[in-house]
Design a protein around this ligand. Structure first.
Ligand code: PMP
Ligand code: GLU
Length: 397
């Protein structure tokens, strides 16, 4: 079968591939600690599940408006309005099939062929591919662990060209766990102010998962840029609702209208029952969300401590999301050439994790702590063993 040329240009999602591989090995009876996928291990909160059951029982089984139900759009407008201290109306909100779908629709709606999008890296595997699927060109802004993966105005400015249409931010960041400080956001604001054609897209899907630092909204810091800031968010991570597939986007009406047109001719509305569940998540008690955050923090501290005790593992303490992103390049040599081989080596030792090159950070690996403390202990024992085996076989030993 001849496959369309456009697919040949797209890399399959490495995060999803690693989790599929771990699941397959587990199904074959292998004892694998899954540190691969970025997905909470918690169950969806009870009141959210109850809302979905009630929706089913009261006849919620029909199409909704393409952009989502008015109730959910209003709830998102209120929630994001509060988080970013901006005024939003439901017409500025569109609900899609996960935040990944929100980003897809967004980029399809506003990029023309050859338009450039600046993406601070390391970054989530899907951003550059999503940009390319929409005909755009990703321009990676490489950041360093020594600067906590932040960047300054000069570095950002150096990537701006007449073709730049957007800057895509993600704080807390997948994979680094970095949370942007005011200075980094101000650098973006200054560059955006100097270039009226640039739109700021901010993917805040991990916004509620921060530990001991404040999460800062760029929209709140720059009210003058309100008509050029697009907010992407969703329920997957904070509410343990990855499988429900609900994400949202808020921005200028004409952009949301364009996304509605695309969505209306592709998927139509996201699942009606999942929308009812997302409404309950946003408007109901947030106690379960806080309980999950506290548990993530406990696990984060445990993982940071364990990694810190292994020689030559360089780690910037993550302040958000649920990933540790250590630099293991000290373990690479002619025998263990790169992080992909290293990830394979860890798999031989019963640990699935994602090689850093998938996030444009060769020599690093991403370890998710969205799993139980028992799995974290077991997995870290195995990582320590796997690395000491390497030390013995290389000049590090
Ligand atoms: N953005 C980032 C940074 C992510 O890590 C993810 C994880 N899947 C998403 C967006 C998409 O989330 P979802 O489609 O599950 O809402
Ligand atoms: N975002 C998660 C991850 O990075 C889920 C998988 C995906 O969609 O990439 O692992």
């Amino acid at each position: 079968m001849k496959i369309a040329a456009r697919v040949g240009k797209i890399q399959p999602s490495l995060t999803l591939a690693v989790s599929a591989k771990a699941a397959k090995l587990k199904a074959e009876g292998k004892d694998i600690v899954a540190f691969g996928v970025g997905e909470p291990d918690f169950d969806t909160p009870e009141h959210v599940k109850a809302a979905a059951v009630a929706a089913l029982q009261t006849g919620v089984s029909k199409y909704t408006a393409v952009s989502g139900t008015l109730e959910l759009r209003a709830a998102v407008a209120e929630e994001l309005g509060r988080a970013h201290d901006v005024k939003l109306v439901p017409e500025q909100v569109i609900i899609s099939v996960g935040a990944k779908h929100s980003l897809y629709n967004l980029l399809m709606a506003f990029l023309d062929d050859g338009d450039e999008v600046i993406i601070p890296a390391p970054c989530w595997v899907s951003y550059p591919e999503l940009v390319q699927m929409a005909g755009g060109i990703p321009r990676l802004l490489h950041t360093r662990p020594s600067e906590k993966f932040r960047f300054d105005e000069g570095a950002l400015r150096s990537l701006v060209t007449p073709k730049t249409r957007a800057i895509l931010l993600n704080s807390p960041c997948n994979p680094t766990g970095a949370v942007y400080d005011g200075a980094t956001l101000d650098a973006v604001i200054k560059v955006a102010r100097a270039h009226p054609e640039i739109v700021i897209v901010t993917d805040d899907i991990y916004r509620r998962l921060v530990y001991g630092v404040p999460w800062l909204s760029i929209a709140k810091r720059a009210p003058d840029l309100a008509n050029r800031i697009v907010l992407v968010d969703g329920v997957s991570k904070s509410y343990a609702m990855t499988g429900w597939r609900i994400g949202f986007c808020a921005g200028p009406r004409e952009l949301i209208g364009a996304m509605d047109t695309l969505q209306g001719q592709s998927t139509s509305n996201p699942t009606a029952i999942a929308q009812a569940a997302a409404l309950a998540a946003l408007t109901g008690s947030h106690d379960p969300v806080e309980a999950m955050r506290l548990e993530f923090d406990r696990r984060r501290q445990a993982m940071v401590a364990r990694l810190g005790a292994i020689a030559d593992v360089k780690l910037v303490t993550p302040e958000g999301a649920f990933y540790c992103f250590p630099d293991l390049s000290a373990y690479l040599d002619t025998k263990m050439r790169d992080d992909i081989a290293l990830a394979e080596h860890f798999l031989q030792h019963g640990v699935a994790l994602v090689p850093g090159s998938g996030f444009f950070a060769p020599g690093f690996v991403r370890i998710s702590y969205a799993t139980s403390m028992a799995q974290i202990e077991k997995g870290l024992d195995r990582i320590a063993t796997a690395l000491s085996a390497l030390r013995l076989s290389t000049n590090l030993g």
